[in-house]
Design a protein around this ligand. Structure first.
Ligand code: SF4
Ligand code: SF4
Length: 302
């Protein structure tokens, strides 16, 4: 059953982070993204599928190969479309931003819809560490400060774990704790070859165990619960089972397959029961603990 998707509303970003796999692989090319009309079609297709399948919840990330706040009108369209049609409140939205384009008006919109949508900020830690692989620490923190003024609480943080995080793990976790960030989604840096940044999946899992041992941070990865989503979040690979990645160029098994035409499942506006049937025919899920992309594209086996 498909119960989660990421929708990439655009394909452009205002930053040039060193470790960005979309920048490194040339995926961000400023091409046409989904229009507001396309987004309404996507939202309605998901709702139809959820109703037919009896799904109580559908997790939809407005996150893709670019910075979503550059096309805020499309975020607005997606959420408003859900408000109009999702009477059973099936959608659980989340948006991940680099935080540099946040303003009071946009935050007011998120605050108004806070029961349906969570706004997450990408932040890798203190200034030196954040700017090592990413960029614009000061602007990101300014955006977070505005969020805190509006919501009267800390936002959820998305932290990408790379070699520098592991080297400085004590310092970075102490910094997050000192700043009062209690909810952090850690994700594994992938598709970057630089020795000073890349890590193995085993090292990432070790890091998660280290965080769990401190008991100070609530993080999305709950290893005791078997969950199919993505291994880079410390869960099991959902390709061929639970996940899809929706873009103007088509629907793919996950973001790493974007523009790999042999893995393209359908047009973006295809009905999801058809997408699911095609997905089951063409993709055999990997074993628990494996990554489909690593096994079948990189031929790494694990
Ligand atoms: S903000 Fe995100 S999408 Fe933009 S360059 Fe940095 S890592 Fe890539
Ligand atoms: S193929 Fe790999 S990157 Fe894609 S969802 Fe599965 S674990 Fe995640």
């Amino acid at each position: 059953m498909i119960d989660r998707a990421c929708v990439s509303i655009n394909n452009t970003c205002n930053l040039y982070c060193r470790y960005c796999n979309f920048r490194q692989t040339g995926v961000i090319v400023e091409e046409e993204g989904l229009t507001s009309e396309d987004i309404e079609t996507v939202i309605k297709n998901i709702l139809d599928y959820a109703h037919k399948s009896g799904l109580p919840k559908f997790k939809l990330g407005i996150v893709g190969t670019g910075e979503p706040f550059l096309d805020f009108d499309k975020i607005y369209t997606a959420i408003n479309c859900a408000v109009r049609h999702d009477t059973m409140e099936i959608f659980a939205f989340y948006v991940i931003t680099n935080g540099t384009l946040v303003d009071d008006k946009k935050l007011d919109f998120f605050y108004e819809h806070r029961k349906r949508v969570t706004l997450n900020f990408s932040l890798d830690g203190y200034e030196e560490l954040h700017n090592y692989g990413k960029a614009a620490y000061k602007e990101t923190l300014a955006g977070i400060t505005l969020y805190e003024k509006c919501f009267k609480e800390k936002p959820v943080i998305n932290c990408t774990v790379n070699r520098q995080t592991l080297i400085h793990r004590e310092a970075v976790l102490s910094w997050f704790e000192g700043m009062g960030f209690e909810k952090i989604n850690f994700s594994e840096l992938i598709d970057v070859d630089d020795d000073d940044l890349r890590i193995t999946h085993g090292e990432f899992l070790d890091f998660l165990r280290f965080v769990a041992g401190r008991g100070t941070i609530v993080f999305r990865q709950n290893r005791s619960k078997k969950k199919y989503d993505c291994r880079t979040y410390g869960q099991l690979c959902g390709v061929g089972r639970t996940n899809i990645f929706i873009t103007k160029q088509g629907i793919y098994p996950c973001c790493r397959f974007y523009k790999k035409e042999e893995y393209r499942l359908s047009d973006f506006d295809e009905k999801l029961d058809t997408v699911e049937a095609d997905m089951k025919r063409s993709l055999t899920p990997v074993n628990d603990g494996e990554c489909y992309f690593n096994r079948h594209i990189l031929k790494e086996g694990f």
